[in-house]
Design a protein around this ligand. Structure first.
Ligand code: ADP
Length: 661
């Protein structure tokens, strides 16, 4: 600029050639030209423009340089003169120096109009005569720094907005006191507060309960300057009302650096993953539960197996299709067969041929009913001998309630059976021995009665008749015992003939008056029905029903009916007696079962074998037997038999009196 200034044709300007310039003018221009600080000088009444090398870059490439040199200020700086002109003129007129910072002024440079920011001062330059001869402009273009500051502010603003709007929690914590300088709503919400509640506070003064969990990580990021991502971190904090908030977060901890790289805090970016983690935990806990359930099942199976393997009781497990799927060692030891041979239905080979069909039928029936079963059969052992087994089978159900089959255990009851057999033999023998004298007594009584009648001995006639009835009862009882022992010995034979049930009932009716004098028996309706059955055994059953009705219904009439129902005949005996409780109804057909209701006080005798025999007889006829009753309302005993296929009665129904008993 020194060279340009020297070469300039000053003579053409209002300040004239340099030779004519005052000393002050020259000194001012020199000082300005040699300064390394951007400066301009406006000199003389026209404010002729001088500027130095340091100022030169602010004029750009295609604009005021070099054209503005030597020009009057209002021409060289025409675009900004409206602002600076008055201030410069004021100084020329003796006004004070002025100073401005980052002032925006219009500027033509680089071939276009724009703006520039300046920090500048205008100060007076005195001439030799002590008057103000010009104005020194010391200036610094601050456009770049102002613009970058503006950009910074804008980016910070944008950052703040971004933070505020983000659905992810963001918090900037300054210093190791963790002073919250920036935080968004999402973060505030995570800790049960609003941004106003937390701005400017120290994090752990708000949340002392979270310090031990989170501060060590924050300190490490702050000190080492390395980001840390911490996923699925559990947190528990108290909200502003002291309510507990529990959840899970993914946290990214980043160092917060100043421009020079120093770390002054940390930024935490926090994602609430509570729902996700809870869902995952639920899945995990379901899985764990299932695992522990499996473990428990495995343990319980192990226990079961240990127990099953170490006992002498025969234990087997079957599935819902009645196939046996497990036999314990005791089964293998007892039968001498391998598990493989027994599986499925292999075990049925080992049952005594006489018991096999009966038991297998019963067993298969149980799978339909899914009820506990209990039965007895003979099972062939290792030595080829049959041993009596009592089998009990509770049904198995899966956790969902579905039927899974049975688990059965068999106990050897051979000794017990033998004892029973001996007892039965004894009873049979005693009964048999008693029967002959009793039959004789009955015959003698009959003769005595006839004789008494003939001689008109009224008292003797009555007494012998009574005695004969009592003996008759004894004979019935003894027959009962004999039948039981025959039954138990498997010797209760059924001799079927074809007859009309009405004929049988007629015969019973004929005897009834003498057997049950004074009782009203109503035989109605009695339908003609052909059956194929054992006349005497069925007669026994009906007589049993009748004698029970007489025994347990001291008053009222007794109704006997015989009706056809589809392909069945149904015989019933109804009384108006004491009735039977529900819980006893199913048991009265069991052997020796008697209802304890102080009946012995009423002199009602019996051994509880009558109905047991009836049930066995009906069962052997493929019929059904049952009773219906309410306590105090009387009882009705029923049995059904299949009707005969041939509808004409047989040639000679066996009548009573020809009974083998
Ligand atoms: P019992 O010889 O004891 O009569 P049963 O086998 O004939 O033996 O009957 C079994 C039990 O059933 C009886 O003890 C009695 O309690 C009950 N019972 C039988 N018939 C009747 C009935 N008609 N009314 C009330 N209870 C009856």
């Amino acid at each position: 600029m020194g060279a340009l200034t020297r070469a300039f044709n000053w003579a053409a300007t209002s300040i004239g050639k340099p030779e004519s310039w005052t000393q002050s003018h020259l000194t001012s221009v020199n000082m300005m030209l040699t300064s390394r600080f951007p400066m301009l000088v406006f000199w003389g009444p026209d404010l002729i423009t001088f500027y130095n090398d340091a100022f030169r870059p602010s004029l750009g490439n295609d604009g005021k340089h070099p054209g503005s040199l030597g020009q009057p200020g209002h021409i060289s700086w025409a675009e900004s003169w409206p602002v600076i002109g008055p201030m410069i003129n004021n100084i020329m007129n003796g006004g004070e120096a002025v100073w401005f910072e980052d002032q925006k002024l219009p500027l033509y440079r680089d071939g276009k109009m724009g703006y520039a920011y300046w920090t500048y001062s205008f100060s007076p330059l005195l001439d030799d005569d002590g008057q103000v001869g010009g104005v020194l402009v010391t200036c610094n273009e601050t456009t770049k720094s102002v613009e970058s500051t503006a950009r910074l502010a804008e980016s910070e603003n944008r950052f703040q907005n971004l933070v505020r709007e983000a659905t992810i929690g963001i918090v900037v914590l300054e210093g190791e006191a963790w002073h919250i300088s920036i935080a968004n709503e999402a973060f505030a919400k995570l800790i049960g507060r609003s941004t106003q509640d937390i701005m400017g506070k120290n994090l752990f003064e708000l949340l002392p309960e979270a310090r031990s969990e989170f501060e060590p990580i924050m300190q490490s990021v702050y000190r080492d300057g390395k980001s840390i991502q911490n996923n699925n971190a559990a947190y528990t904090v108290q909200d502003k009302n002291g309510q507990t908030i529990e959840g899970y977060v993914n946290v990214l901890y980043q160092p917060f650096r100043e421009e020079d790289g120093t770390i002054t805090g940390i930024i935490e970016i926090i994602q609430d993953v509570t729902d996700k983690v809870k869902a995952e935990l639920q899945v995990v806990s379901m899985y764990e539960n299932e695992k522990s359930l499996h473990r428990e099942i495995a343990e319980s199976e192990e226990r079961f197996r240990n127990m099953a393997e170490s006992t002498d009781v025969l234990i087997a497990v079957s599935n819902e299709k009645a196939e046996s799927v497990y036999f314990n060692k005791a089964w293998e030891r007892f039968t001498g067969r391998s598990q493989q041979d027994l599986l499925g239905f292999g075990w049925t080979d080992m049952i005594h041929p006489e018991d096999r069909e009966r038991f297998v039928d019963y067993y298969m029936e149980s799978f339909k009913k899914q009820e506990p079963f209990a039965n007895e059969f003979r099972l062939k052992n290792n030595d080829g001998n049959y041993r009596w087994q009592r089998v009990l089978g509770p049904p198995r159900f899966r956790p969902d309630g579905s039927f899974a089959g049975y688990i059965s255990s068999c106990f050897d009851i051979t000794e017990q059976k033998q004892d029973e057999l001996r007892k039965n033999d004894f009873i049979a023998m005693v009964s048999h021995e008693l029967k002959t004298p009793l039959t004789s007594i009955s015959g003698f009584l009959q003769l005595l009665e006839m004789d008494a009648k003939k001689n008109n001995y009224g008292f003797s006639t009555a007494m012998t008749a009574k005695a004969r009835r009592q003996v008759g009862k004894m004979i019935t009882m003894i027959n009962g015992f004999l039948n039981v022992s025959r039954l138990e010995a498997g010797k209760l034979d059924i001799h079927k003939t074809r007859f009309d049930m009405a004929d049988l009932l007629q015969e019973i009716q004929a005897d009834a008056d003498s057997l049950y004098p004074g009782r009203k028996l109503v035989f109605d309706p009695v339908e003609h029905t052909i059956v194929e059955a054992d006349w005497h055994k069925i007669e026994n059953v009906i007589s049993n029903f009748l004698s029970n009705a007489v025994k347990y219904a001291p008053n009222g009439s007794i109704q006997i009916a015989c009706v056809q129902k589809d392909n069945l005949v149904e015989v019933s005996v109804a009384d108006a007696g004491i009735g039977i409780r529900k819980e006893d109804l199913g048991k009265i057909f069991d052997r020796y079962y008697r209802i304890e209701q102080g009946l012995s006080d009423n002199g009602v005798s019996g051994f509880g074998i009558g109905l047991y025999l009836c049930a066995e007889i009906i069962q052997r006829h493929n019929g059904k037997i049952w009773a219906e009753s309410e306590p105090g309302e009387g009882a009705v005993f029923y049995f059904t038999l299949p009707r005969g296929t041939d509808l004409t009665p047989g040639p000679s129904p066996t009548k009573r009196g020809v009974s083998p008993e």
